[in-house]
Design a protein around this ligand. Sequence first.
Ligand code: SAM
Length: 252
Amino acid sequence: MNSHKFNQIASVYDETRPVPVELLLFFRNEVTNYLKTNCGEKKRYSLLSIGIGTGRAELSLWSKNVELYGIDINKEMLKVAKERNRTVYTCVANALEIPFIHSFDLVSMIHTIQFVKPITKFYTQLKAVSKHVCIGDLYTSLYDNVIVAYYINELEKNNCFISCNSIDKIEEKLEKWGAQLIKNKEISAKLRLEKIYTIIKDQVLSRFWSVPYKVHKKAINSLDYFIKKEKIDLKEEITTSARAVLRFIYFN
Ligand SMILES: C[S@@+](CC[C@H](N)C(=O)[O-])C[C@H]1O[C@@H](n2cnc3c(N)ncnc32)[C@H](O)[C@@H]1O
């Protein structure tokens, strides 16, 4: 997905990637422990989030002991973050041209690295602003349910589904960068089918995947028919999984 497409979905972005509070607390605790262990005890740590987006995940790192800076290439996403927390320093900037010479205690990058290319240029930029980096992902899976599976199948019939760039694809690169300290947490989470249906119907996923409107519309019509035929109750709550994957990197 091109970063400018986040413009169209900024106001609903968080709904596509809900994170249970338990995982946000896990993220916050892991980062706090890492800072204390690796940067020494300080009154205040400075932290830069690259691709902070709406602040969905990274705003949970903010505290009176953490001075949080956030950059993002997309101003609509940043606007949402700023509305949520006015004390976070935000600025529109490209990860390939980080506008700071300041050395941060830690850089955090959640669900963003796959959008930044070329990665080699980014690596040089990253090393210049911090010795400590946390690259990861936090999400509730929207995909393992009958509604999304059916919709994706309809898109595939039209060769219109290209799965999102998974963070797994850059695993090898991160290992070369020295990502050794990996923290995982997986819990079960509840989602209402109605919520998932609305996300699909409002074209949030199809915009993510650059699906032409005509193809999306046809898939929705077919999905509506399927829901009726199979008597699927949209009020039903399904159980899915929610995960946090954090990789800590130290550049010496
Ligand atoms: C999937 S969102 C993740 C946002 C947030 N970190 C989260 O976990 O919710 C990816 C974000 O990266 C931003 N982004 C993509 N390419 C970027 C780049 N080259 N420089 C800065 N931000 C970028 C997008 O605008 C978007 O807000």
